[in-house]
Design a protein around this ligand. Structure first.
Ligand SMILES: Nc1ncnc2c1ncn2[C@@H]1O[C@H](COP(=O)(O)OP(=O)(O)O)[C@@H](O)[C@H]1O
Ligand SMILES: [Mg+2]
Length: 235
């Protein structure tokens, strides 16, 4: 569903940020991408949404080439970043309305928005409050609500839990596991080794643009992911 084939990005200044990345994330899978700052995680994610263009290889979402048909590819994927773009002066419901209409869904009504806000765990009293009064955790939940309403089979998230307090982070990850249960393919970058180990079906470690390790849940069962990570960072 979310696929990279020898995906490569050299920025205009010559920096090789991503070097022949191969990924394949199936429906019902969570893939956690770990790596130090500057490892190439955001570059990878940005390539799927055609925010930047690859200098080699291919990014595909549901088989659609993200460079040749970016609009077609984006139809199958929802994006959540560390700081979800929301309108502070709009209420939560108004933000949902605005962004889902932008994504082409016009048939939804107030009850649909309320239902999805309940589903992501936003408190009822916040539904008609302006988003500028929201905590970061609430904003991220609203970001996921927008993603859910898009009804895309792929979900791609760039450090969605960074800056969240532990409870908000845990709730957010629980939400992701629920979406996995509904068959979504999920790619997320994170610095949270503990949570990655807990929820990921596959964990990848990236270093200087290269995917240097990839392990499935079964292979991590009896291993200390933090130790593995730190060891890879040394060499
Ligand atoms: N627009 C850009 N132009 C040049 N280099 C960039 C640009 N964006 C990111 N980089 C470089 O690409 C590398 C990977 O960055 P990034 O993908 O943001 O890493 P991460 O998200 O893992 O922290 C870094 O060396 C970074 O400095
Ligand atoms: Mg990044």
């Amino acid at each position: 569903m979310i696929q990279a084939v020898d995906l490569t990005k050299r920025y205009e200044d010559g920096n090789l940020a991503l070097d022949h990345l191969n990924l394949n994330i199936q429906p019902g899978q969570i893939y956690c991408l770990l790596g130090a700052n500057g490892a190439g995680k955001t570059t990878t994610i940005n390539l799927f949404f055609n925010f930047i263009e690859p200098t080699g290889g291919t990014a595909l979402i549901n088989g659609v080439d993200c460079t040749k048909d970016p609009i077609g590819a984006k139809r199958h994927a929802a994006y959540v970043s560390e700081n979800v773009m929301l309108y502070g002066n709009f209420t939560a419901r108004q933000n949902l309305e605005f962004f889902t209409r932008l994504a082409g869904r016009r048939e939804l009504g107030k009850e649909d928005y309320y239902m999805v806000m309940r589903q992501v765990g936003l408190p009822e009293r916040s539904f008609e409050n302006r988003v500028k009064t929201f905590s970061k955790g609430m904003r991220q939940k609203l970001g996921i609500a927008i993603a859910i309403l898009k009804q895309a089979p792929a979900l791609i998230l760039d450090e969605p839990t960074s800056g969240l307090d532990p409870k908000a982070g845990a709730e957010f990850m629980e939400l992701l596991t629920r979406l996995r249960g509904e068959g979504k393919a999920i790619l997320m970058s994170t610095h949270d080794i503990f949570r990655a180990r807990e929820v990921a079906d596959v964990v990848g470690i990236m270093k200087e643009g290269v995917l240097i390790m990839e392990k499935s849940r079964e292979n991590l069962m009896y291993e200390d992911l933090e130790k593995i990570y730190l060891k890879y960072m040394e060499v």
